[in-house]
Design a protein around this ligand. Structure first.
Ligand code: SF4
Length: 355
């Protein structure tokens, strides 16, 4: 369906969504109320990076923790990378945390701590992709940028019954969003669309009865809302195997620091068999001795594969480590180690097994 041929429909959608936002905007810690002053670009940038692949509910406490500890982009630029990674632990997709600090350093050192205002300039910042640049330009600086996240993608695909499967359909969806984005207030409009996508036009059981654009919605008219956006056929995820090593001595366990590059780079973790570097780990323990192996204690899903984890346990006296990247950590303080979710799941399993 060519959106250009429906300018009146586009105008109506735009007006209805804008009016709905005035009374129904979600109150989020990084937002300004509809129609008020533009929010702090540091807050918008931080929240948008955190929200990639992550729900609003999960992000709120992290956003508050980060802005309490590092109130400005300069404060974040001055933080130790290990502290930023540990504070990020549990949010997933850890490359975002590394890029976050890199971007903070760039803005502080190369731009006097001031974020650029234009979408095209924002795109040049480390870790800022097309979506994030558009969102910051529109929300923090009022530029008329076209913002399309997953919630907006679903809403717009349904409004215009765009049936080209993703990812090819993205260009049509973007063109449709372009057609309905108003000249002024693009930031509020984008956030209004995000809210409707998240709370009304949900992927399952959309609440069409309270939707402000029900009358303009092609998918609703056809009674086929959940068909959109049309997804490509699902490929089965390959399954890979890993082994983690639990090395315990006098109420402490040995933690490793992962190499700076690669999956979960720079994070603290249990020592493991190098699963991230190869297809599967080699399962060779780092110490000779008697190991108790527990098979398949954790299953974890990454974007492109699933991981099944075994845990090998060694509890002994006088264990020597000469690896500078290893550290003995008190069992009672493990919650503060900032382990990524995958390793935290293994720790949880072990603690439960001991009870
Ligand atoms: Fe989504 Fe239903 Fe509204 Fe259409 S009418 S936009 S399907 S909530």
């Amino acid at each position: 369906m060519a959106v250009d041929s429906f300018p009146a429909k586009a105008r109506k959608i735009s007006a209805n969504i804008g009016a709905h936002y005035v009374d129904n905007a979600r109150k989020l810690p990084w937002r300004s109320p509809p129609g008020s002053n533009l929010p702090d670009p540091y807050h918008v940038w931080l929240s948008e990076v955190m929200l990639q692949q992550t729900t609003v509910g999960a992000v709120k406490s992290y956003f508050e923790k980060f802005t309490r500890r590092w109130p400005t982009v300069q404060d974040l630029a001055g933080a130790e990378e290990a502290d930023v990674m540990a504070a990020w632990a549990g949010l997933g997709y850890y490359a975002r945390a590394r890029n976050l600090r890199k971007c903070a350093v760039h803005v502080t050192e190369k731009r006097n701590g001031i974020f650029p205002q234009k979408e095209s300039e924002l795109l040049q910042l480390p870790g800022v992709g097309a979506y994030t640049a558009a969102a910051i330009a529109a929300i923090a600086f009022g530029e008329r940028a076209v913002v399309v996240d997953a919630n907006i993608e679903r809403l717009v695909a349904r409004l215009f019954a765009i049936d080209t499967p993703l990812p090819k359909g993205k260009a049509e969806i973007r063109a449709a969003m372009d057609a309905i984005t108003p000249r002024h207030g693009a930031g509020d409009f984008a956030q209004a669309c995000m809210d409707i996508g998240a709370t009304i036009c949900t992927s399952k059981n959309p609440k069409c009865e309270i939707c402000p654009v029900q009358k303009q919605c092609a998918a609703f008219k056809a009674g086929d809302m959940e068909r959109y956006p049309v997804k490509p056929p699902k490929k089965a995820k390959p399954v890979r195997r890993a082994r983690f090593f639990w090395i315990e001595q006098q109420d402490r366990i040995l933690l490793a620091t992962r190499p700076p590059k690669g999956m979960l780079g720079g994070m603290r973790s249990l020592p493991d068999d190098g699963w991230a570097a190869g297809n599967d780990g080699h399962a060779t323990p780092p110490l000779t001795g008697e190991w108790r192996v527990h098979d398949n204690i954790v299953q974890h899903s990454f974007t492109h594969f699933s991981l099944e984890v075994d845990l090998a346990v060694y509890q002994g006296e006088k264990i020597v480590t000469n690896n500078d990247d290893n550290i003995w950590w008190a069992l009672d303080d493990l919650a503060e180690a900032g382990l990524p979710t995958l390793y935290a799941k293994a720790v949880k399993w072990k603690m439960k097994e001991e009870k």
